[in-house]
Design a protein around this ligand. Structure first.
Ligand SMILES: [Zn+2]
Ligand SMILES: [Zn+2]
Length: 345
């Protein structure tokens, strides 16, 4: 650990102790609703798994974004504390992901990657992983090379589209977008950098999981005739524009749903405004909002420490397209969307 990281970690520890801990959620949280009628076949379902994790399903095709269920206490996620996935916790709480064909990773931090090797080995056995070169190099020791896809050479930026990558069913495709990761605290990032060579073993402590190139994703679920049924934007870190912005696409398909990242949003300018104006979605999901440090997955969730939930929503609502809505999912709840991306209530 270098001097910059040591200083950042010390400052973060002090700031977090001084600010007390997480705070009560005051926003309305979405909870599962028992639907009176069967949901229509063309319903898009998104289940929130906490942190950056979601399961996205459409007509039997499923993909997921990197789940995080181990969630150690803040003090045990620092450098030189041995840290590994809590397999019992994953076995108990992870929903059935045996059908998942793609697992998307936005960046390599431990709260997005620690559980991924075990999840892919034991639960999502069909899934291929998509992430930065750094993510690919870190997971190599645990997962067969044929299931790992590095996206740095295929990613879009705000000016130029990237390459579509299709899942094995041909019914879902993704495009990685060059994005960014907001500083964690007071303008400083705690864990950053790239991994330049394939690792021999997966990282053994929290700081071993490097950020790498942070990516956002455009996800398209496709119909039999290859037309686009649903377009979704996903990111697992707040980004400083123009990083994270989706370029003009030739098909002009609108976004139904955009998954935003409230965590650390106040550490960059124009977030969430830049992404909201760029995506013009019908629904905005607020992901990565709960305090995941040693949280009880079966209990009530509190808001991530230092996150001003009301300011985030105030700024979001000020720029949301007319008739669009936001939804803050409670842990493990499933949100259902109609063909236009409206939340089914
Ligand atoms: Zn991160
Ligand atoms: Zn995170």
């Amino acid at each position: 650990m270098n001097f910059r990281q040591t200083l950042a970690l010390l400052t973060a520890s002090i700031a977090i102790s001084l600010s007390g801990c997480s705070s009560q959620l005051v926003l309305p949280a979405y909870k599962d609703i028992s639907s009176k009628t069967e949901l229509p076949e063309d319903t898009l379902s998104i289940q929130y798994l906490g942190v950056g994790g979601h399961i996205l399903s459409y007509k039997g095709t499923q993909i997921m974004t990197a789940p995080s269920l181990t969630n150690p206490h803040f003090m045990f996620s620092g450098p030189f504390f041995p840290l590994s996935a809590d397999e019992d916790e994953i076995d108990q709480y992870l929903p059935d992901v045996s059908n998942v064909e793609m697992l998307l990773v936005g960046h390599g931090h431990y709260d997005h990657m620690l559980d991924v090797p075990y999840v892919m080995q034991k639960h999502a056995k069909k899934a291929h992983i998509y992430g930065s070169d750094t993510v690919a190099r870190m997971i190599k020791p645990a997962i067969d090379n044929s299931r790992i896809h590095a996206m740095n050479d295929l990613m879009a930026d705000s000016e130029n589209p990237g390459e579509w990558v299709y899942g094995m069913s041909g019914k879902v495709r993704i495009m990685a977008i060059k994005s960014d990761h907001a500083p964690h605290i007071m303008g400083m990032k705690l864990i950053f950098g790239e991994v330049e060579e394939d690792l021999e073993e997966i990282p053994w402590h929290g700081f071993g999981w490097k950020e790498g190139q942070t990516l956002a994703y455009v996800i398209d679920f496709l119909e039999e005739d290859k037309s686009i049924a649903h377009r979704i934007f996903y990111q697992d870190a707040a980004s400083q524009q123009p990083l994270g912005l989706v370029p003009q696409m030739s098909d002009n398909k609108a976004f139904d749903v955009a998954i935003l990242c409230p965590a650390s949003f106040d550490q960059v300018d124009d977030y969430p405004e830049s992404i909201v104006k760029n995506t013009q979605a019908n629904s905005y999901i607020l992901g990565h909002w709960e305090d995941f440090f040693a949280n009880d997955l079966g209990g009530e969730q509190r808001v991530l420490r230092l996150l001003d939930q009301e300011e985030f929503v105030e700024r979001l609502e000020a720029v949301m397209p007319e008739n669009s809505e936001w939804v803050l999912p409670s842990l493990f709840s499933t949100m259902n969307f109609d063909p236009s991306g409206k939340l089914i209530k």
